[in-house]
Write a protein that binds this ligand. Sequence first.
Ligand SMILES: CC(C)(COP(=O)(O)OP(=O)(O)OC[C@H]1O[C@@H](n2cnc3c(N)ncnc32)[C@H](O)[C@@H]1OP(=O)(O)O)[C@@H](O)C(=O)NCCC(=O)NCCS
Length: 179
Amino acid sequence: MLLETSRLLLRPFVPSDFESLFAVIGDPVTMQFYPSAFDKQSTLDWIERNARRYEEDGSGLCAVVLKSSGEMIGDCGPVWQEVEGTRELEIGYHIRRDYWNCGYATEGARAAMAYAFEKFPVARLISLIRPENLPSRRVAEKNDLCIDREIDWKGIRHFVYAISRDEFAHRTSHRSQQP
Ligand SMILES: CC(C)(COP(=O)(O)OP(=O)(O)OC[C@H]1O[C@@H](n2cnc3c(N)ncnc32)[C@H](O)[C@@H]1OP(=O)(O)O)[C@@H](O)C(=O)NCCC(=O)NCCS
């Protein structure tokens, strides 16, 4: 996977991304909607788990790199999830806190969505988001995902945000026609 947007590159994680990734998912504020922040060992495991996903699933969370500086500032990408007995493709994202609200998650997620619809014959993509995670909900909504239902996901209430293939194609073509 190698995706390019106007400001970002999304590329597979490599072991040397460890320090940069730890600055993202090791931050307790960034991970406030998760059971806990990642420690160093679980960050290493995270990189290995995603390397396995690229091999086995053909997708996974990618490193988000700023084209302007080469700095790795987060992760974003499609990940297969088992949701109430159905295998669904989720678009996930985490951005380092000092880069929040610059539009990076929205931009990266949109590229990941285009890649996922092109590569996999899925009818829709989802994002699993806790109701209180307003920034993440806003990213989903800016990318035209809507709430499909509310579920218990790993013991915590989540909205299943979703967008169909047809809706994504319609919105993308509408955007490209705008001046
Ligand atoms: C969710 C996250 C990835 C968003 O990254 P980002 O690069 O800041 O996202 P964007 O800049 O593309 O968009 C953020 C939007 O949320 C809005 N926002 C931020 N804080 C908000 C709040 N408290 N309430 C409502 N909206 C908020 C921003 O204003 C922006 O919307 P706008 O463009 O209409 O102004 C980032 O906050 C993050 O890493 N959070 C922790 C990890 C996480 O929760 N990941 C998602 C798991 S489901």
